[in-house]
Design a protein around this ligand. Sequence first.
Ligand code: FE
Ligand code: FE
Length: 205
Amino acid sequence: MATTTKTSSKSPATTAGAAAKKTVNTKTKSSAKPQNKTGKMEDSEFHKFFVDELKDIYWAEQHLAKALPKMKKAATSRELAAAFDKHTAETETHIETLVQIFSLLDEKATAKKCDAMAGLLEEANGIIEETDKGTMIRDAGLILAAQKVEHYEIATYGTLKVFAENMGHTEVANLLAQTLENEKATDVTLTEIAESFVNQEAAAE
Ligand code: FE
Ligand code: FE
């Protein structure tokens, strides 16, 4: 009985998969983008949702670019200040990359308020207010706030990259993947700074 179930569930799926692959291969010669019922990917609800989410992260990056110099100014250690400085420049690149993505998609580069980033940046401000200048507790707090931001960006770019792949926007997916890798690297740098001396010194204060 078990063998019968296994064979019957496996074989139609394999056949369907192979058939689907064949159809896509012959169809995609003229257009790389999958099409919905109306015939145009750009008209699909999913595509509109995707563009909307790009506008959201565009707003987030723009506001982060303004907040990072303030975080740099508030940092105690040279190492953390340098990391914020570096990521300010990288964030400007993320913004330029998004502009490029909007242009590839033939969409206007407009920002839509990202409530999550607004909240995360408010939290970063709160940490600056609650900690004393020149302390390592300040840096430990700033790293916490910055890593929350990076993780938010990692989640966003990771998902948007997969959406782009699903829709056949290969170039857009590659650009999103680049930014994603940069956000991950920033997160690693922040962990290294925290673990090399900040947390230890903060505990001793
Ligand atoms: Fe970014
Ligand atoms: Fe970032």
